[in-house]
Design a protein. Sequence first.
Lengths: 326, 377, 70
Amino acid sequence: MLIQLSHGGGGGATAQLVQSVFAGRFKNPYLQRMEDSAVIDLNGPLAYTTDSFVITPLFFPGGDIGRLAIAGTVNDLLMMGARPRFLTAGFILEEGLAIADLERIAESMAQAAAEAGVELVAADTKVVEGKGGLYINTSGLGPIDSLHPVRANLAQPGDAILVSGPLGDHQACIMSQRMGIQNGIQSDVAPLNGPVRALLDQGLAVHCLRDATRGGLTTVLNELAATSGCAAELEEAAIPVRPETRALCEVLGLDPLTMANEGKFVAIVAAEAADQALDILKQCPQSAGACRIGTMTAGSGVILNTRIGGRRRLNIPWYEGLPRIC
Amino acid sequence: MIEPVTMPMPAAPRTIEEARAILAQDHGPRLTLMEVCGTHTSAIAASGLRALLPTSVRLVSGPGCPVCVTPSSYIDRLCELALQPGHLVLCFGDLIRVPGHHSSLSEAMAGGGQVRMIYSPLDALKVCQDNPNLTIVMAAVGFETTAPSYALLLKRAIAGDIRNLRLLTALRRMPPALDLLCAADNAIDGFLAPGHVSAILGSKAYEPFAAQYHKPFVIAGFQPTEVLIGIARLVQLCRREKERQAEDDLADDRDWSEIVENLYPAIVRPEGNPRAQAVLAEVFRYEPAVWRGLGEIDESGYRLAGDFAAYDAGPLEAGIEQELPGCKCGDMMLGRLEPRDCPLFGKTCRPDHPVGPCMVSSEGVCGIHYRYSEQGY
Amino acid sequence: MCLAIPARISQLLDNHLATAEYNGNGMTVEMGLVEAEVGDYVLIHAGCAIERIDPAMAADIFEILKELGA
């Protein structure tokens, strides 16, 4: 059975869709009240974020658009030193989308929400003309309770730059699906509560956290360096990339350092906290591959010391990398 | 032949450390080396190799980016075709954002043009079969590494009785451009030859240039180690050549093949790939072609020949390439200038608003330099 | 102009095609420009095998690739 325009009319057909697909999977007092808005009671500074998800294909090795929609917003809250609590979700369905696929996606969202310890407190669906596509917007709310503030302007020369695991897998997985290349690369999409809370709950001097999504490691470090007014110096040989992912990048002419991840983050920590931070990260399943890749220094921009002993800047590309042959 | 009393042929470096030592110890009048392959330009920039070059070695880029040397009128024609009902344009990712006089294919798409990115010329066959009511126009751009694949595409199309395929060609040959570069007044002492073009052409293809112009050629692969070793070896050969020429050692019976060195023997054979050469000869003929920045070069373009001409999407009108005031791309491609020497670089000429061909593609020499420069992207 | 990778032919298919494998990545490639058997290594550019890799010299290439963590 497929989504039709009538499913978006707001009448009985809409109610039945919402009931069968969503209500059973997201049981909580907020949604069950069926009010126009959820009423939340929280004190103190709150982190509040939104993101939209338009990825194709909808299902890919390692996850789907639903898991991505939950993890993406949960991770944005975690990166502020916040404890993710409440999410909303808006769905734009194109007619022609299989309801069975929508149910799979909703199930995946429920699972991801449970992993992340968040409740879906408000939702909406709309139906538009189209060819079976799906777009999801989520927003997230959570109190900031880290011992020290975690902000993009707090990096200092001398700080250690850590990364939570091998880079490039999510975008490599998607590109492989689109270009028909067979491999075992899986998207790393995951909520990062485990490793992030482990770092913050220890009270370690974590200055910055950022997940390396669109634009990859390169974009994250350039932004943090610019906002903090210092430079980042990296060792190419220390940056982890799985061999299969590196090989995929060579096939398509892509750069793993600018490719999106959905379950990896950069942590900039005080020098004296680096060893302990790494130990903590390595004990969490999602960050078992964590390592140190460089150091913040005086100056500006991001510099890469290359494997052959060379040196060059690592700048944000103007455009997203496309597969190339030259 | 009397062996000269000067430097015997030094052993080629085999490791990163040996290559770095050769470069670190180099001294003497400045050498200018040229690489002629966009993929080498990229590899050099990405590996930070320039930081390892001594002040006695200057490394410049030649016209090695096939997209950059393609006239703007070619992109204009593709955009026109994309917007024509009943047509679908296929191209590589490299081409999609390159601007013509009016727009890029990416912009044409946004305006309703039918464009699809593919990864291999052979992908076009399936697109033709799946869309029998459309005319599929393949944007055929590239050098000798890619040209044989287009030739093969056409042979497969004929064998499969596929009639809705057309090629709009802007394929270029390296040797005529090399001839121009060697003969030009540009102080190039030696060339880093492109490993994969050489796989098709063969290492012997460079011997006539070595013999006529007395310049060394080193064929290298594309991994950072291979490029570093290749450049170090080229420095060695150029220094030795300068010494021999200082002693007037230009005897007619000198074996000039000794200054053509193949450091990529696993892939490059002396005779190249005869099958690929045969299929090129079967499908294409040579014609004069315009290289943006360099002008028209005889016999430097591939045009569909014989029965295959029926698949030609039509000759391009000799579009007038607009004169770009202050643009130095011509000098850049001849190796007379480097990007930072151009007054427009980084100011009026940037990746988001390119003036000349060296900046239009992210794989052009200025596009690459800008990407790795202090300014940005 | 020259992005290409060395891959191992794992299976010959109909219509001059083959499956090639590079460090865990499998793709379908055109074989019309080379003569190669299953187990041979070929250089692949834009979905086409453009040259067979000499096995005696192939060790060097893979040494370099291994060194670089590929």
